[in-house]
Design a protein around this ligand. Structure first.
Ligand code: 6K6
Length: 143
């Protein structure tokens, strides 16, 4: 099982510590190809070894090697939205984790998309249960 985790980078790193925790949960189910997304030291304007073109091409290669895409979408990110669309075009299972908060509303292009699952959560325990259910569904369908 290869898992692509998507979370905001240049969109803002407010949830970086949460991404780190989610990646630890996902690692129990398979290899997470994008562990760097949860690295709290990766800043919005951090030093990059790779050009933007190299990042784009490498990440899409990893995405298309993966069995599933799991995205944390509470913090809006153009890159995450783009990755979600790319995964849908390849008919990959997509799970979006969303933490509702006052004064914010998830983009209708995500909440209104019939080709993905949006799961709302407020705690890490809820994420654990959501992820467990998602992988149970995935293994049942792919048998
Ligand atoms: C370091 C500091 C700033 O940028 C970097 C290196 N950039 C990236 N490295 C790896 N993956 C990236 C990078 N920029 C975007 N991505 C991919 O897009 C990740 O897989 C994330 O899921 C998503 C984040 O998009 P933005 O628009 O929030 O950056």
């Amino acid at each position: 099982m290869k898992v692509y985790f998507a979370g905001s980078i240049r969109g803002g790193r407010d949830d970086a510590h949460l991404y780190y925790q989610i990646i630890a949960i996902l690692s129990e189910y398979g290899a997470v190809l994008t562990e760097h997304v949860g690295n709290p030291d990766l800043a919005v304007f951090g030093e990059d070894d790779l050009s933007d073109r190299e990042i784009h091409d490498r990440d899409l290669k990893w995405l298309f090697e993966s069995n599933v895409l799991i995205a944390e979408v509470s913090h809006p990110s153009l890159g995450v939205g783009y990755e979600i669309r790319c995964a849908i075009e390849r008919s990959m299972p997509v799970l979006c984790l969303y933490r509702p908060s006052e004064g914010k509303k998830l983009s209708a292009m995500i909440s209104g998309c019939p080709n993905l699952q949006v799961a709302k959560y407020q705690s890490i325990e809820e994420i654990m249960a959501i992820v467990k259910m998602f992988f149970t569904q995935y293994t049942t369908i792919s048998k």
